[in-house]
Design a protein around this ligand. Sequence first.
Ligand code: NAD
Length: 277
Amino acid sequence: HLQDTVTLNNGVKMPWLGLGVYKAQEGEEVVSAVKTAIRHGYRSIDTAAAYNNEEGVGQAVAEAILENGLAREDIFITSKVWNSMQGYETTLEAFDTSLRKLNVDYLDLFLIHWPVKGKYKDTWRALEKIYREGKVRAIGVSNFNIHHLEDLFADAEVVPAVNQVEFHPHLFQKELLQFNQDKGIQLEAWSPLGQGKLLENETLKAIAAKHGKNVAQVILRWDLQVGVVTIPKSVNEGRIVQNANVFDFQLDIEDLAAIEALNQDLRYGSDPDNFNF
Ligand code: NAD
């Protein structure tokens, strides 16, 4: 269920399924989405400085804690340092800004949003400092390919707890998944639903029909069964509820093989080896 967690490499427990809030608008929209999700049992929220909605996320978490009889420790909050703030000092500043906007005194997970060349190692040193100071329970990366991780390992003192990457049936990053598993880094799927573009896929529709579920639920269940944390985005109450209703069925070996066969190495988002923002 929604409170099921995976234990990260430093012992911190992270929910398997959370709410993504990219493109949820600051203000009413994001506040309502986050409060709705928490009311329906979500315990993990994925935001970023770049999403420009940390204040709304913070307001929603604070209100939801009060309204649902929860404590801060019950909610797992992830944010990320944006590319323009990478580097040692600027990352320290960016982290403090995220804390202030979210109106919390610690984060659960703070990620390097993208592997900005020539900068991500200094950024990582800042994350290690924040981590040692106890201001964040776990630190990690996002959009890191194997070579980025190997490069980071050459200097890092702390192994990332999480690597959040684009991951969905058209982009089954099998080698990257295996590499992260071997290194004890939890893979987390962004755009798990392919930004909605996978929802009409015939193979997935057939599997969904077989289990009496919908396509989104099949994909999210697949993430869990292959060992990937997932953070579908929706601001719609019905979909927020549907996306969490994935703990009561099991894909079988044939389903898993059919989904794996859908892989096209197709990205809907940017390429970590070729981005310029
Ligand atoms: P997603 O794959 O979660 O798809 C979201 C889209 O699918 C939305 O348009 C929504 O309306 C639709 N949808 C959601 N549930 C549905 C349902 N049950 N039925 C029908 N349609 C449904 O896409 P995303 O928002 O790109 O990714 C999820 C989260 O991942 C983001 O919100 C963000 O938190 C994170 N993310 C991170 C990065 C990164 O670089 N680290 C990049 C992109 C996204």
